[in-house]
Design a protein around this ligand. Structure first.
Ligand SMILES: [Zn+2]
Ligand SMILES: [Zn+2]
Length: 294
């Protein structure tokens, strides 16, 4: 299933990944379901541990997999893009790949808005990715495009920026990178808990300390404190932010409006707050990151 040839090649890749610091990846899943309703559908997600993440998707949402992928698999992780400097940059990449028609960087390309009539889901997602790698801010990053399934492997129509590389084979996350991800062999967590997009830690009491974005299509989830600190980045020396840009969708946020929305939602059950919006049948929208225990 994977195409690395020798042990040597694997350790070389391992080294490459390690040199880039912590692992932040944005992956593409394709459904191998026998049910024609789901077969070939794709899903874009973010992870710090691809091996565990694919297991969670295939176990379903009770085990940390996204609701969008639950019972529509088995899923194959066909490719992963990594080498992002931090989780925010990776999450922004994930968000744009999921929703090219809403992304501020991609919405000027009308050809990305829809899947073409005869195009399959994989081809459509590959077309979006090809465009993304050539436009700012991503075209300046030292990204690695890694094929995980040789059956899907294909050439890009336009050459990638020179600092990017295309490789195939499994991802090996070195011990030094596993500071945040737990051991790859550990069983998946039984109960799913939301995870903060900013600090990549579990949100213990979501009803009290979780904040989202005021843009209803944005899936930002974070600790109130983490978002406050993020927004205060522009206003050092203060304790309460006035506002700033959402780290994922770049919508202008006002701190007062965020708190007001939080108060309004606090009486609404969690499931309703999280209702999946059917923005597009082509790409599943879900920015849930996995639960990573300390
Ligand atoms: Zn946090
Ligand atoms: Zn947002």
């Amino acid at each position: 299933m994977n195409s690395y040839a020798t042990q040597e090649a694997v350790s070389e890749q391992e080294e490459t990944v390690a040199r880039k610091g912590h692992f932040y990846g944005v992956y593409l899943l394709c459904s191998q379901s026998l049910d024609p309703r789901y077969r070939g559908k794709c899903y874009v997600g973010f992870t710090v541990n691809p091996k565990r993440r694919i297991r969670q998707h295939n176990l379903g949402c009770d085990f940390g997999g996204a609701r969008k992928t639950s019972r529509k698999g088995p899923w194959q992780m066909v490719m992963i893009v990594h080498g992002f400097p931090n989780n925010i940059v990776a999450l922004q990449f994930e968000w744009a790949w999921q929703q090219p028609s809403l992304s501020t960087r991609l919405k000027m390309y009308p050809e990305l808005r829809r899947k073409l009539p005869r195009e399959n889901y994989f081809d459509y997602n590959f077309r979006i990715l090809s465009k993304m790698l050539g436009v700012g801010p991503w075209h300046r990053l030292p990204l690695t495009v890694r094929w995980l399934e040789t059956d899907y492997e294909r050439a890009f129509d336009v050459p990638l920026p020179s600092q990017m590389e295309i490789v195939s084979g499994k991802v090996s996350i070195s011990a030094s990178q596993r500071k945040r991800a737990d051991d790859a062999e550990a069983p998946p967590p039984v109960a799913w808990a939301p995870e903060c997009h900013l600090c990549i830690q579990q949100i213990e009491q979501p009803e009290r300390s979780r904040l989202g974005c005021t843009n209803p299509t944005c899936r930002l989830t974070c600790h109130m404190l983490c978002l406050a600190n993020y927004l205060l980045g522009d206003e050092p020396g203060h304790y309460i932010p006035i506002g700033g840009e959402c780290p994922l969708c770049e919508t202008r946020l006002s701190w007062a409006a965020l708190l007001q929305r939080k108060r309004l939602l606090s009486g609404v059950p969690e499931e309703l707050q999280d209702q999946e919006d059917d923005l597009s049948d082509e790409i599943d929208v879900d920015s849930e990151v996995e639960y990573v225990p300390d």
